[in-house]
Design a protein around this ligand. Structure first.
Ligand code: SF4
Length: 298
């Protein structure tokens, strides 16, 4: 006789599959969660663990970070990429220290008013730091919803509908109020998209949503929209910016233009464009005697 196991719920799956990440330790502050979320945007969590641990030891509160120069914060950002995030985080820390008594607020709308905090980050902080039952939608959740709810291989263009879809999935009590497990459910949905229902492969045989998944029910139809674009890095302005910033990060004082020229020799026009954009973004400054430094170090 064949014995059929009862289906595993998403929360049960999460209980055994949840990754052991340092910002999931109990007792951390909203600041710890906020920094982890900013660092994890567009950067794989495996690359975030080391810098996050270092940052939290060095700057355990917003005021500690705010006391640094912006340049030192960009230097400590290292090679996490998209370094404007570091500048925005520094500015956010200043506001938190001066206007929020060195704490991170727990309300989505208040969070949205802070520098560098967008819709995703505000919801993630409210949910993961403070247990607020708010839907949290990142690229992984969008993919899980596209497949499991709408039967599409890939999400459509970003839309408010994703938020409504995620909200509809949150568990509720019999009286219609959000269940106490709602925040953990949001974390589980994100983890499922990161580990099981990934952009590269859907591991449906390991998925707790498989019995009810609309994409599976439809026979796993192929993506029929525009091809997915994969971001190129090699040879881009972004890579050129990174090389120039590396020179400034690796020194403690101003450098001559020639040092920057050596860091990206292949295309002078691209190098000039990259340097201009770093100056415009406020990541780099020119000293009175025409040398280049990280922000706030001239
Ligand atoms: S069953 Fe497959 S497609 Fe559906 S949510 Fe799970 S992994 Fe994704």
């Amino acid at each position: 006789m064949k014995v059929t196991m009862p289906p595993v719920t998403l929360l049960e799956w999460f209980g055994s599959a949840e990754r052991d990440l340092p910002w999931r330790e109990p007792g951390l502050s909203g600041w710890h969660i906020l920094v982890s979320e900013i660092m994890s945007q567009q950067t794989p969590v495996s690359r975030v663990v080391e810098p996050w641990t270092r940052w939290m030891a060095r700057w355990p509160t917003p005021s500690a970070l705010a006391a640094e120069t912006p340049g030192e914060v960009v230097r400590a950002w290292g090679r996490l990429g998209y370094p404007r995030r570091a500048l925005r985080l520094h500015e956010c820390a200043r506001v938190l220290a001066e206007e929020f008594d060195d704490t991170v607020p727990d309300d989505v709308d208040v969070l949205l008013g802070l520098p560098g905090i967008g819709e995703y980050t505000a919801r993630a902080v409210a949910c993961f730091a403070y247990g607020r039952p708010v839907p949290v939608v990142d690229v992984n959740v969008r993919r899980v919803i596209a497949r499991s709810v709408h039967g599409r291989a890939e999400p459509a263009n970003p839309a408010r509908r994703d938020l409504a879809d995620a909200e509809a999935l949150l568990p509720r009590d019999a009286d219609g109020a959000y269940a106490a497990t709602a925040p953990r459910f949001s974390a589980a949905l994100m983890e499922l998209g990161a580990l099981v229902c990934t952009a590269r492969v859907a591991r449906c045989e390991q998925c707790p949503l498989e019995p009810s998944c609309e994409w599976v029910r439809r026979g796993r139809p192929a993506h029929d929209g525009p091809p997915r674009r994969t971001a190129r890095y090699e040879g881009t302005d972004r890579q050129a910016r990174g090389r120039l910033l590396d020179v400034l990060r690796d020194t403690s004082g101003p450098v001559e233009r020639a040092a920057l020229d050596l860091a990206w020799e292949r295309d002078p026009g691209q190098r000039a464009r990259a340097l201009d954009s770093l100056l415009v973004d406020g990541l780099v400054e020119v000293t009175d005697d025409g040398l280049f430094t990280l922000a706030g170090e001239s």
